[in-house]
Design a protein around this ligand. Structure first.
Ligand code: NAP
Length: 247
């Protein structure tokens, strides 16, 4: 129970990696604010699973791309819990296309959710964490943001942006020992990779030294570590959870 008494907010926690992170943080003793955008029923199931395991959680709807909605949600969480110890920026989308076919809307939608969403939440979290003089932010980037990926110019740019944002915020907040780190997953078994054509999935596996996709729980363990005091002297880092893909 490394996170007993802590309050955590996980964006995009209704499904996939975010769901696994919410469950793992709750298992370590944190209260978890489970953010979702469209999947209300799935988010409700996450909070129920946490509660039936003896933890505590509540679901909060808002699109991270909407600055005003993020402000309302986060102020509600902070007002209810009186603090915010852990923010996990996990919400993310893909709108894959080759650059010649990529529409401006596809570029903007991905940047608005994956990068600007992190700006919106982090700004409010930083204010609260500076008041508390403590806190940990973990941003979910991607190996695509480090290596690039054909067909994902928008997504890779957003995830590279998340790394720059992580390191800048880590420098801004370090004097109060507020830590900001990123996790860069490789291919992980979720709805997001479930959309890949069989040929692309096989080609992906061929690039992974482990020869398999990772599991959401394997990403969640890295997030729990960075969120906890076990990582008390770690900030501004990018931890790849990718079966060796990026080495
Ligand atoms: P996923 O299964 O598609 O789930 C995405 C989650 O993000 C859902 O809970 C969804 O909520 C939420 N979300 C989407 N847009 C949102 C918005 N505007 N506001 C709030 N929540 C929003 O994706 P995943 O594979 O778990 O990916 C999670 C994160 O890991 C993403 O940032 C992704 O880029 C990153 N990542 C994934 C992989 C991978 O291989 N899967 C690899 C590297 C990085 P609703 O369903 O409620 O709309």
């Amino acid at each position: 129970m490394r996170l007993e008494g802590k309050t955590a907010l996980v964006t995009g926690a209704s499904r996939g990696i975010g769901r696994a992170i919410a469950l793992a943080l709750a298992k370590e003793g944190a209260f978890v604010a489970v953010n979702y955008n469209g999947s209300e029923e799935a988010a409700r199931q996450v909070t129920e699973e946490i509660r039936s395991a003896g933890g505590s959680a509540l679901a909060y709807q808002c699109s991270v791309a909407d600055a005003a909605a993020v402000k309302d949600m986060m102020e509600q969480v902070i007002q209810e819990r009186k603090r915010l110890d852990i923010l996990v920026n996990n919400a993310g989308i893909t709108r894959d296309n080759l650059i010649l076919k990529m529409k401006e809307e596809e570029f903007d939608a991905v940047l608005d959710t994956n990068l600007k969403g992190v700006f919106h939440t982090s700004k409010i979290a930083a204010k609260q964490m500076l008041k508390q003089k403590s806190g940990s932010i973990v941003n979910i980037s991607s190996i695509s943001g480090i290596l690039g990926n054909a067909g994902q110019a928008n997504y890779a740019a957003s995830k590279a942006g998340v790394i720059g944002l992580t390191k800048s915020l880590a420098r801004e907040l370090a004097s109060r020992e507020i830590r900001v780190n990123a996790v860069a997953p490789g291919f992980i078994e979720t709805d997001m990779t479930g959309k890949l054509p069989e040929s692309a999935a096989e080609a992906g596996k061929g690039q992974i030294p482990f020869g398999r996709f990772g599991k959401a729980q394997e990403v969640a363990k890295a997030v729990c570590f960075l969120a906890s005091d076990d990582a008390s002297y770690i900030t501004g880092q990018v931890l790849c959870v990718d079966g060796g893909m990026g080495m």
